[in-house]
Design a binder for this molecule. Sequence first.
Ligand code: PLP
Length: 404
Amino acid sequence: MSHTPSRQDFDHYMTPNYAPQQIIPVRGEGSRLWDQEGREYIDFAGGIAVNSLGHCHPVLVNALKEQGEKLWHLSNVFTNEPALKLAKTLTERTFADKVFLCSSGGEANEAALKLARRWAVDHHGEHKDKIISFYQSFHGRTFFTVSVGGQPKYSQGFGPVPGGILHANFNDLESVRKLVGDDTCAIMVEPMQGEGGIVPATQEFLQGLRDLCDEHNALLIFDEVQTGVGRSGELYAYKNFGITPDILTSAKSLGGGFPIGATLTTDAIAKSLAIGTHGSTYGGNALASAVALAAVEFIDTPEVLQGVKHRHDLFREHLETINRKYGVFKEIRGMGMLMGAQMSDAFEGRAKDILPLAIEEGVMALIAGPNVLRMAPSLVIPEEDIAEGMARLERAIERLVASA
Ligand SMILES: *Cc1c(COP(=O)(O)O)cnc(C)c1O
């Protein structure tokens, strides 16, 4: 008899570095999911800002099926048509001239950081090796990216960390000025901190970073792994600010659920990734590239991007209405379909307690740190699913308040 997997199997068979919720979803369609018992959920989590078109969107399913019957993988010993089309499309729609493809956000950032170091050695010498990033930032889980990330708990306990990394305070230009100099190789920043609590950068801050990089011949790297591909209401969030980075990283929404990452840059900087300097066996995988191409072409249209901004307003109105009744939030913030609600003082640190209650009520959400309820739903979530999901979220919050 075949064994039906259960939540206990996770504890038996998988490394204990995650603590998944008790239910196991088995099927999804649009912004709804069903678990093993057939219970339905509205998805405000979006696989952590990954399922940009919800679950099993026909455009992505067709791209996957078509490519799946043609060619899956070659490695970079050969190039392939979907990867070439994707790279061309990304360069046509952004500041970039060149694209490095890989399979995750961490890998895209690893490439960005190695490229910046290599560029500095090529053009300025070995001394120019300092990378400045920000407290509370998140850039991935490889050892380089976790060290550049601004949450020491993720890099401690693994032995010596890579050197030449400095941290400043987000949205505090003075703290950057104290660290920046002619030995600065790059500044890496999220235009809106995601894991760090859904904190948008200010216009002045990003402009100030751009100016400091120009002044000191350093590269500005935007980590748009979470904010990219329509999430902010523009294809990439840098377009909202009108500030252009030298290197930009993308993943999460890029594949709509299929693992893919990309590092974008200019012709001049890309030259430092000469033959043999970097690579990835899966990078430019044909299946991943075909799905990402379909996602980018579908999302980067005025209708979809306008829709993201409209849905943002709807989410905000619903959250404000809930807050007028229960006073659980101190601030509601974010861009497009990436929103955070910071808990009020009375509910300090209790964002995570909402998640299991929300699941019982039939809605999935996320947190960003202990104090921020995060939502990163499909960019095309139907309005009736927003209304129904919010009614369910309200019941969860009512129960949180009742238990306080
Ligand atoms: C999720 C995330 C990453 C890491 O992406 P992975 O695909 O998990 O490696 C890096 N940077 C930001 C801003 C992210 O949100």
